[in-house]
Design a protein around this ligand. Structure first.
Ligand SMILES: *Cc1c(COP(=O)(O)O)cnc(C)c1O
Length: 446
C-alpha cells in the first residue's frame, strides 16, 4: 500500500510510471479517432481499499479515450488548443511546490515568475506603465473580473454585438445587471460591430436616462474569428467616457504575429483585455488572463482588509493577486505559462501562430475551388466557415458525415439563421497534413 508520503524510491517509480503514461499518450495522438461516442463502463467506486497505480492509469486511459480528442491534431472544432506538454510538466512542478501564490509575501519568487508573464503580455499589447493583470481559470472569469471592475452604478448598460461571446452577458448578470442592460449593437457585412450604430445606440440610451459604462470589442469572435474595428471602438469609448474592453480569448494570441498585430490596431487603447493562453498559447485548459490598463481599477474593486491578513507584508514591485480578482487560495498559474515561454522561446509561439494563419488561408483557398460550397469570406484569423449552396439540410448531412467518419472533429453554428460548418485551426499539433486532409475529406463527401 502506498503511504500518503511515498518514499524517495516509490516517488521516483511513480513518476516514471506516470511519465510513461504521458509519453505514450502523446505518441498515440496522431493515430487516434477524432472522437469516441462510446459509454464509460469502468469501476470507479471509491472504497477503503488501495489499488495499484497501473490499474488506475488503465482506468484513466479508458476514461480519456471517450468524448472528443481535444489534444489531437485533427481537433478543428470550437477553439482548439492542444495542451503543450511542457506546460503540463510545469503543472506537476507547481502542484509539488504547492506555494501560496496570490499573496506576494508568501511566495515572492513564484509571484515574480507570474508577474513576469503578465508584464510580458502587457508589453506585447502595448499597454502603458501602470498596466498589469491577473491569471484566471479562463476568459469567463477574466471577463467577470473586468465587468465588475468597470461597473460604476447598479444600473449601467454595456454594448456588445450578437457575435460577442456569451461570457460578457453572463458576467453582467453575475454583476447584478438586468438582462436588458446588455445592449446588442448590429454588425456589418463582415460580422464586426458597427461603430456608428454603437454611437447612435449609446446616444439614444443616454437620452432615455440610461448610464452606458462599457463597450466590449472582440479580437476574434468564437463563431467566425471576426475582428471588430478596435481603433474605432476605442475612439468611441474615449469620446463617450466608457470602459473599453476587448475579448481576445480566441484571437488575442495572434498579437504575437505581424498580421495579428495589424488587425488588432487599437487594442493598445483598451482598458481591459481578456486572453486565453489555454487557446492561443496552446496551454492545457485552466489558464486565462485579464490585462488592465490601470491596476488601480482592480485594486478598487477587489482590495479588502481583514484581521487575519495583518501579518502579511508588502513586497516592492510584486502584487498580491488576491487583491486583483475574485480568488484567494488558488493554484499558482504563472509557472505553467512561464516555463514553456522560456523553454521554447517566444519566437516558437510566433512561428506556430503564423503557421495557423497560413493554414486557415490555405484551407479557404482550397475550399473556394469546390463549386458546391459557399464560403463566408476570407478568414479574418484562423477559422474557415462554409456551407453547401444546396442549403441547410444538405449542409447538416455533410456535417454529420464528417462526424461519422471520426477523422476530423468540426463544429457548426448559425449565422443570420443559416447553418454553417466551421473549421478552426489553433492547436500547436495541427499542421498542413491535417488541415489539407480535412479539406480532402470534405471534397470526397460533397
Ligand atoms: C472561449 C471564449 C471565451 C470564453 O473563454 P473560457 O476560457 O472558455 O471561459 C470568451 N470569448 C471568446 C471569444 C472565446 O472564444
Amino acid at each position: 500500500m502506498l503511504p500518503l508520503e511515498p518514499s524517495d524510491a516509490e516517488l521516483r517509480e511513480l513518476g516514471t510510471t506516470a511519465l510513461e503514461f504521458v509519453a505514450s499518450f502523446v505518441a498515440g495522438l496522431p493515430g487516434k479517432p477524432a472522437h469516441d461516442p462510446g459509454a464509460f463502463a469502468a469501476d470507479l467506486s471509491i472504497t477503503d481499499n488501495a489499488r495499484p497505480v497501473g490499474e488506475l492509469l488503465d482506468t484513466v486511459r479508458a476514461a480519456a479515450a471517450l468524448g472528443v480528442e481535444t489534444a489531437g491534431p485533427r481537433y478543428l472544432g470550437y477553439i482548439p488548443a492542444g495542451g503543450l506538454i511542457t506546460s503540463a510538466i510545469a503543472g506537476l512542478l507547481t502542484s509539488a511546490l504547492n506555494r501560496f501564490g496570490t499573496v506576494a509575501d508568501m511566495a515572492p519568487g513564484l509571484v515574480a515568475i507570474e508577474e513576469s508573464v503578465l508584464r510580458w503580455l502587457c508589453r506585447e499589447f502595448g499597454l502603458p506603465p501602470g498596466s498589469g493583470g491577473v491569471l484566471t481559470t479562463g476568459a469567463s472569469l477574466a471577463t467577470l473580473t473586468a465587468v465588475v471592475a468597470a461597473r460604476r452604478t447598479p444600473d449601467g448598460t454595456l454594448y456588445v454585438s450578437e457575435h460577442t461571446h456569451v461570457c460578457v452577458a453572463k458576467a453582467a448578470a453575475i454583476a447584478g445587471l438586468p438582462p436588458e442592460s446588455v445592449r446588442i449593437v448590429p454588425v456589418d457585412d463582415d460580422l464586426r460591430m458597427d461603430p456608428l450604430a454603437a454611437a447612435r445606440m449609446i446616444d439614444q440610451d443616454r437620452r432615455r436616462g440610461l448610464v452606458p459604462f462599457l463597450i466590449a470589442g472582440t479580437a476574434g469572435t468564437t463563431d467566425t474569428g471576426a475582428v471588430d474595428s478596435l481603433a474605432e471602438l476605442a475612439g468611441l469609448a474615449r469620446r463617450e467616457d466608457l470602459w473599453f474592453h476587448v475579448d481576445g480569448a480566441y484571437g488575442g494570441a495572434f498579437q504575437l504575429t505581424g498580421r495579428g498585430r495589424a488587425r488588432f490596431a487599437g487594442i493598445e487603447q483598451a482598458d481591459s483585455i481578456t486572453l486565453d493562453p489555454h487557446k492561443g498559447l496552446f496551454l492545457p485548459y485552466g489558464i486565462g488572463a485579464l490585462l488592465v490598463r490601470d491596476t488601480a481599477t482592480l485594486d478598487r474593486a477587489y482590495h479588502r482588509q481583514a484581521a487575519y491578513y495583518q501579518d502579511l507584508g508588502q513586497r516592492e514591485g510584486l502584487p498580491d493577486y488576491a487583491h486583483r480578482g475574485l480568488e484567494l487560495t488558488r493554484d499558482h498559474r504563472g509557472l505553467r505559462v512561464w516555463l514553456p515561454l522560456r523553454l521554447h522561446g517566444v519566437h516558437a509561439f510566433r512561428e506556430a501562430l503564423d503557421e495557423k494563419l497560413d493554414l486557415a488561408a490555405q484551407a479557404y483557398e482550397q475550399l473556394l475551388r469546390f463549386p458546391g460550397l459557399e464560403l463566408l469570406g476570407p478568414p479574418q484569423l484562423s477559422t474557415v466557415v462554409f456551407r453547401l449552396r444546396a442549403g441547410d439540410g444538405p449542409t447538416e448531412r455533410l456535417f454529420d458525415e464528417i462526424r461519422a467518419r471520426r477523422r476530423y472533429f468540426l463544429t457548426s453554428t448559425r449565422i443570420r439563421g443559416r447553418f454553417f460548418i466551421r473549421l478552426c485551426v489553433l492547436s500547436h499539433r495541427t499542421h498542413a497534413e491535417h488541415v489539407l486532409g480535412a479539406v480532402e475529406e470534405i471534397r470526397s463527401l460533397i
